[in-house]
Design a binder for this molecule. Structure first.
Ligand code: T4K
Length: 404
């Protein structure tokens, strides 16, 4: 009898776990997967066997975090790979953004783009800074530099532009405005790993640039991020801020945070870096496939960044114009019915979220371009290893929809 009850209890636990897993799968689970799912992205993962030696070294040293050997090596390797002076690794891009603002002593108001991932602006709120939204340029989908000056007040201390989808902002114009008004510039470069501009790293522009190494990014360390700085003094300040504000074993000089990257993440980054040429060329192949097959479909616009030779092909946004027989959301659903999970990056606009919608700069009148693009954009799947037959499935849905 006891044995019977034990078995029944185990059976109940297994059932509960299955229910929990189903709930955790979230909205993907609501759609009956008829075909192999194709997600907007998949992380690049090298052969697992290649990662074991790194793990063995970590186990042997017992040094698993706090700026160990792999952490130091990854910072040095990224400086070389990216062509930048100083890299400070972080546990993720959001904390890196928050620390970048602290490192430059930013306060008051910061001018930024509403067309981004919510982390961009959340980093301002967490620092007690008021975001001031500025409309975007319809071609680059980045902050429109010619609208920035109108947003400057005596409280403005910085500009926080985003290199959206890895497409460079108008960095030269932004620099001029910043100099004219004595403002700092922090680039949210979460999407811009490896992007060059005028023969050098895009990350060399502005006072600081912030990268994300999240699983969904071109270069990933599972979770991770970095701040790119241009002087040793600034790097030291950033490193101090990400380590609670410690300067030595007993001395804390400011209220820092814990933003450190672990040795496992850093080791994975080092391994990952070896494959970046391959990753870049596979991403470009996917992008070329789309360019070739979607060009000329009435009502589908391919943004200029999709063609740019400097692009890192981190995203593949299309604009579903009103000319297209179905709207963006309907196309999103038609793809989903075929187990193709495109994403509406970035819809809604950040300025539409409850924390921001009451700001005077959030009024739709102020952001007409961002609003229109946000209502029409759809990011198609792009990642290394996405096969031509899967890409063809995506093209087929779009072409079929174009005939509805
Ligand atoms: N600034 C900008 C401009 C950003 O775009 C981001 C992050 C940040 C700052 C902040 O950086 P971090 O603090 O994240 O380092 C994703 C990412 O979570 C986020 O990192 C990213 N931007 C944003 C644009 O996209 P979700 O909620 O759309 O991701 P999720 O989990 O739905 O993943 C998308 C698809 O990727 C999944 O359908 C399947 C695939 N996937 C995802 C994960 C996490 C995998 O195959 N494996 C995975 O492990 O936000």
């Amino acid at each position: 009898m006891v044995r019977y009850l034990q078995l029944a209890y185990i059976g109940l636990q297994i059932y509960a776990l299955e229910v929990k897993n189903k709930v955790n799968l979230g909205w993907h689970n609501e759609i009956k997967m008829k075909k192999k799912p194709i997600y907007v992205t998949q992380p690049y993962l090298p052969d697992l066997n290649l990662f074991y030696p790194y793990l063995e070294a970590i186990w042997k040293s017992k040094n698993i975090t706090n700026g160990g050997v792999f952490h130091q090596k990854l910072e040095a390797s990224l400086c070389e790979y990216l062509g930048v002076q100083h890299v400070s690794l972080f546990c993720n891009g959001t904390i890196a953004l928050m620390v970048a603002l602290q490192a430059l002593g930013i306060s008051g108001e910061v001018i930024t783009s509403p067309y981004s991932f919510v982390a961009t602006t959340n980093s301002l709120l967490w620092n007690g800074i008021t975001p001031v939204f500025c409309d975007i340029d319809p071609i680059s989908m980045n902050i429109d530099p010619f609208k920035i000056e109108k947003a400057v007040t005596n409280k403005t201390s910085a500009i926080l532009p985003v290199h959206c989808y890895g497409t460079p902002c108008n960095v030269e114009e932004i620099q001029k405005i910043a100099e004219n008004h004595g403002l700092k510039v922090i680039y949210d470069a979460a999407h811009a790993f490896g992007v060059e501009f005028k023969g050098q790293s895009l990350l060399n522009y502005g006072d600081l640039s912030v990268l994300s190494f999240h699983a969904t990014k071109v270069f990933n360390t599972f979770e991770g991020g970095a701040i790119i700085s241009h002087s040793l003094e600034m790097k030291k300040r950033i490193d101090q801020l990400k380590n609670f504000g410690f300067v030595d074993e007993l001395t804390v000089v400011e209220s820092g945070i814990n933003g450190k990257m672990s040795e496992v993440n850093a080791a994975f980054g080092l391994l990952q870096l070896k494959s970046m040429q391959e990753v870049a060329s596979q991403r470009k192949m996917v992008s070329d496939f789309y360019n070739f097959n979607l060009e000329g479909i009435n009502g589908i616009e391919l943004p200029a960044g999709n063609y740019s030779s400097a692009s890192n092909h981190s995203y593949y946004p299309i604009i579903v114009k009103s000319l297209f027989p179905v709207g963006r959301d309907k196309l999103y659903e038609l793809l989903q019915e075929q187990s193709i999970f495109s994403r509406r990056y970035f819809h809604p606009l950040i300025s539409d979220f409850p924390m921001y919608k009451n700001l005077s700069s959030s009024t739709p009148k102020n952001l007409p371009v961002a609003k229109q693009i946000s209502d029409q954009v759809l990011c198609l799947p792009i990642y290394p290893g996405l096969e031509n037959k899967d890409l063809q499935r995506i093209i087929d849905v779009i072409k079929k929809a174009s005939l509805l």
